[in-house]
Design a protein around this ligand. Structure first.
Ligand SMILES: N[C@@H](CC(=O)c1ccccc1NC=O)C(=O)O
Length: 284
């Protein structure tokens, strides 16, 4: 499906899984300049949050930041934007949009969300050759997935940017006693024996995709009311304990509440991305 939003950008919603396995959430939104392709420009690839279950937080959460970035000086270095939808875990008590047990797009658990993101990255590589020129950006559960991805055959990112991510699962439940946290974590990761491997802070693999990036950037807001600052601190320690040279790891501060980072006019998310692009450009 083709749509227009900014006059000089075209938006296409592509299916990255086809055939019997395809569901309504196997889509990736792709924004590209109408006036010609920048063959060596940067791709910004976004993975949304929403606790692996909220259908109201989807690929469209990147749209305000896309508009902001496209209308700024950063546009000259950008070849395209992509925002990935992936199957969700059940959420039958979501009042506005309860999941039904026979909806194949809303009844999965780990690692299905992650394998969808992998497929979307492979689709983007096959169609747009994003390897070595894309910034992988995740917010909240999307940042968890950005840091969970393993290299396998995935395209190497230029940088990985995790914003307000959940990286230490046990730490999250220790810090928050509201039943929602246990509910969404157990929904997405019902088998506790997978937690050590699934949580980026406790996974000791050397094959993390972020290890192949030139820069790893951790972003958080002191005013995030849903995710404690300790999550970002623990992830920074984890990255610094890995084989990555320390100079590759950066902190870019965000501002505002958890969802204010992408909501509204998207200027917080766009600002964090802009600062990250500057770090990348200074590094090249
Ligand atoms: N809106 C979500 C909650 C949510 O997104 C969330 C809540 C607490 C901590 C992190 C969250 N999201 C991470 O992706 C829900 O309705 O379950």
């Amino acid at each position: 499906m083709e749509r227009t939003q900014d006059s000089s950008l075209s938006l296409k919603e592509s299916l990255y899984v086809t055939g019997n396995e395809s569901t309504a959430l196997h889509t990736v939104d792709i924004w590209q300049p109408k006036n010609g392709i920048k063959s060596n420009g940067i791709w910004l690839v976004f993975i949304h949050g929403g606790a692996w279950r909220d259908p109201l937080t989807d690929s469209k959460s990147f749209q305000p930041a896309v508009s902001d970035l496209w209308n700024s000086d950063s546009a000259k270095s950008i070849a395209g934007f992509a925002s990935i939808n992936y199957r969700l875990s059940p959420y039958p008590n979501k009042v506005e949009a309860p999941s039904s047990p026979d909806d194949p797009s809303r009844n999965v658990c780990y690692p299905a969300h992650l394998s969808d993101v992998e497929k979307a990255l492979l689709y983007l590589e096959a169609h747009y050759q994003i390897a070595n020129r894309y910034v992988l950006i995740g917010h909240s559960a999307g940042a968890t997935m950005a840091m969970e991805l393993q290299t396998c055959s995935l395209p190497n990112p230029l940088a990985v940017l995790g914003i307000a991510g959940i990286y230490d699962f046990d730490g999250l439940l220790e810090a928050h006693h509201h039943p929602t946290y246990k509910e969404f974590m157990e929904n997405a990761f019902p088998d506790r024996s997978t937690w050590k491997k699934a949580a980026p802070c406790t996974n000791l693999s050397l094959d993390n995709l972020y290890e192949r990036a030139k820069l790893v950037i951790i972003s958080y807001s002191d005013d995030d009311e849903l995710i404690e600052v300790g999550q970002a601190k623990s992830m920074l320690e984890r990255i610094k304990a890995g084989p990555a040279p320390q100079g590759r790891v950066h902190v870019v501060k965000a501002t505002g509440h958890h969802d204010e980072m992408w909501e509204g006019d998207g200027h917080v998310l766009a600002g964090v991305i802009r600062e990250s692009l500057e770090l990348i450009q200074n590094d090249i």
